[in-house]
Design a protein around this ligand. Sequence first.
Ligand code: PEP
Ligand code: MN
Length: 334
Amino acid sequence: MIVILKPGVSEDKRGQLMSWLEGQGLAVHVSEGQFQTVLGLVGDTTQVDMDLIASLGIVDSVKRVSDPFKRCNRKFHPDDTVVKVGDLEIGAGHFVMIAGPCSVESEEQIVGIARDVKAAGAHILRGGAFKPRTSPYDFQGLKATGLELLRIARQETGMPIVTEVMGTRDLPLFEDVDILQVGARNMQNFDLLKELGTWHKPILLKRGLANTLKELLMSAEYIMAGGNDQVILCERGIRTFDDYTRNTLDLAAIPMLRELTHLPIIVDPSHATGISRLVPPMALAGAAAGADGLMIEVHNDPMHALSDGAQSLKPEEYAVLAEKVRAVRKVVSA
Ligand code: PEP
Ligand code: MN
C-alpha cells in the first residue's frame, strides 16, 4: 500500500502518521520526490483501514499495490534512482559505459585494456577475478590476485572497477571494490543478496538465465530490504529455444523495467549474443531502447582470451562502437 501525502506536510505530522502505521506492525519506507512525499507500507496491510487513512487532512491519496516488490517499485518512488560511484552517476539520464575483459588474466592485459577502453570513453572497468564457469575444468579466474590486478588498473587509469562476487565466503576480499557484480547464475543466491543488503556499495545485479522480470525485481528487493538501495539491474540475455546465439537479448525488458522500477537498467550485449560481430548492433539497440548504460567485454587478443574470447571486441572495435553509442544517445535523449 502507498500513501501519497499532500504537498507541504510538516515533519511532525508526517512523523505522527508514520508512528501510527508502525504501531500496526508495518515498516514505512519514505520517498521524498521533488513535489510529493510517498510513504510505502511494507508488511501485512490487509487489516489497514484505507478509508480512514485517506480521510486524514495530510493525505492526498492511498493506493493498494499488489506487486510483491516494494522498495524497488516505481509506484513507491516515482523519481529515478541515481547510483553514485565516486563522482560518477548512473541513472536518471546519466549513461555509463562499462568495458573490460571477461577475465582478468595478467597485469599487462588488464592495465592495457583499461587504458584503451578509457581512451575510447568508457567510465568503468570490468574484469572477472572469480569466474562462474559451466565446466570445472575451465579457467576459474585469478581470484585474489585478479582483484589486486584490478586495483592496479584502477590506480593507473583512475577508473572505478566492477567485478563479480560469487559467494559470501569471498566477500571480505571485496572491501575496496567500487561495484560488486552478482552474476546471472547467482541472481537467486539469497544468502549472498541478503549479505549485500548490509553493504554500502553499488551492486550490479544481472538477470538470471531463465528468470522473469518479477524475479529479477524480487532479487533487487532482497538487497534493498537489507538497507542497500544502490542497485543497478542488468539485462544480459535469457535462454530461449534459439541456438544460433548464446542467449536472446530481451530488449523489451528495458522499457518494461523502466515502468516497474526506479533503479538504473544497463544492457550487456556480450553475454546476450556470445558472438563479437553481434555485439555492436545489440549495444546500439540497448542504447536506443533507453538503457542507462552498457557493459561490454573487450580483449586485446580475443583469440587467446582465457574466457569468452568469441564475444569480446578488440579495443579498436570498441572505440568505433563507443562513438556510435554516443550518437544514438544523442537521439534518444533529445
Ligand atoms: C560476466 O559478466 O563475466 C558474467 C559471467 O556474466 P553473466 O553472469 O551474465 O553470465
Ligand atoms: Mn564473460
